[in-house]
Write a protein that binds this ligand. Sequence first.
Ligand SMILES: [Zn+2]
Length: 247
Amino acid sequence: MIGEAEWGTLLAAPFVGSFLGVIVRRLPEGRPVAWARSRCEHCGAPLRVRDLVPLLSWLASKGRCRSCGHPLDWFYPAIELAALAVALLAVAVDSEGQPWLDCLLGWWLLTLGWIDAREWLLPDVLTLPLVLAGLAAAAFAPEQLTDRALGAAAGYLSLRVIALLYRIWRGGEGLGQGDAKLLAASGAWVGASALAQIVLGAAAAALVAALCLRLTGVRLGPRSALPFGPFLALATWLVWLIGPVFV
Ligand SMILES: [Zn+2]
């Protein structure tokens, strides 16, 4: 049964996605994050209100700028669609009646994963508040607070130790500090007991992605790798939403 809260979440999702797109593009460059983009990035023509409706305006203009006809970047419709997918999955799977909380975490992780995929960067201004948000969200389940506080600490320390071992073994940087802070956030949301599943799930997903890249002809050398953040983000959200696969 879909109630008003669920409908509201679904309707808001593409607009949230549009805003997330602005964050993904502007935050790593240190540009101010205003609510909306205002100009065509090709010809500089100011965008009108009807150009800013998520997904629909992209479809209506067939993906081209109304002034110069230049193909618009697929980036905005893609992240708007991804934000909508997060909301759809949250509404479909959530059994506790808190789809907005699932979406808050999902959209936050989507932003982090997307920035990491583009820039190899997990900004502190997004990871650290996510740790706090996870502990604050434990207010809805006070009995989990200890597990979640432990999870934050264990998440950070475990990846720092792995990174240290990797540096001794390979002499290079395998995991960034950002990954450790992201896993601290994961722990703060799902608790220490589910951390191992997140790391294993993320590693498995990264391996599958690397294999797919190889099959499509992209060669990853021993020194190049995939950013780990998107896979950690995905695994965290799925474990949060569906629950630990094995306890
Ligand atoms: Zn244009």
